[in-house]
Design a protein around this ligand. Structure first.
Ligand SMILES: [Zn+2]
Length: 265
């Protein structure tokens, strides 16, 4: 009997409490080989190859893809992911912004050792990421920002800025002033490092933003997705390797981070 059918029956008979089904994350997605190909292609400075079980770094070290667990709760997926868990939810670049399904958080699952190995760990004495200054909407006097030079994020963001600068002036209010890039901090309320700690993320104007933590959950405990950021802006970022936090059920609509592995070309 198929597992799903078996579980459904057990539930119907009252043999199994619904809570027992909570831990259903962790199995690699069926297209994991393609996802790993995309991962290796996305970070050519750092990764050489994968064999489906490990990725091989340019320094010769290997990192396992899987911790073998397939029974994670959503919180465990966030707090203790492995590499294949980063692909648990597909990121749909270019699609019109709309409310994601509950817990659909593509890109919010990050295997931290993978990122600290590339960008450094800013909490250590030598770990602050190397950075460059990038003008932000130069034509519109947006000042400048500091982002990492690792993975040429500074060049990707410069390309984003140049394209955003050419958009009609009605878009400026979403982008200027920006609300920050590098910040050696954890994600609020968690033990996980923010991508801002890698200097590989930017928050656009906080005054136009919606954030799930600022919202009150409804009676059923779910959060209502809200967004004001126009598609024209999201498209520019996605074209240059940045994912948008507005595509998350746990939305953060001012947030963009460099995650080209989720945006295969
Ligand atoms: Zn952010």
């Amino acid at each position: 009997m198929a597992l799903a059918k078996c579980l459904a029956m057990a539930l119907a008979l009252g043999v199994l409490a619904p809570a027992a089904l909570a831990g259903s994350f962790g199995a690699p997605p069926p297209d994991i080989r393609d996802r790993l190909d995309a991962l290796v292609a996305a970070y050519p400075e750092h990764l050489i190859s994968h064999d489906g079980k490990h990725i091989t770094w340019s320094d010769g070290s290997k990192m396992p893809i899987s911790d073998g667990r397939t029974d994670k709760t959503f919180q465990e997926l966030l707090n203790a992911p492995d590499i294949d868990d980063m692909f648990a939810f597909p990121y749909r670049a270019g699609s019109k912004p709309s409310a994601p399904r509950v817990n659909h958080d593509p890109g919010r699952i990050r295997y931290e050792p993978f990122f600290t190995k590339m960008y450094g760990d800013c909490r250590t004495a030598t770990g602050a990421p190397s950075q460059a200054t990038v003008p932000w909407l130069k034509q519109k006097r947006g000042g400048s920002v500091r982002v990492t030079t690792v993975n040429d994020v500074h060049e990707a963001l410069a390309a984003v800025s140049a394209e955003l600068d050419r958009l009609p002036s009605r878009f400026v209010k979403f982008l200027r002033p920006n609300s920050g890039t590098y910040n050696c901090r954890k994600i609020s309320g968690t033990k996980r490092l923010s991508v801002h700690a890698f200097a590989a993320a930017i928050d656009i104007n906080v005054k136009q933003a919606h954030y799930w933590k600022w919202a009150k959950p409804g009676k059923d405990g779910t959060y209502r997705w809200r967004n004001r950021i126009p598609m024209e802006i999201i498209e520019v970022f996605e074209r240059h390797g940045f994912i948008w936090g507005g595509r998350w059920y746990h939305y953060d609509t001012m947030h963009f981070e460099y995650r080209p592995e989720l945006l295969p070309r």
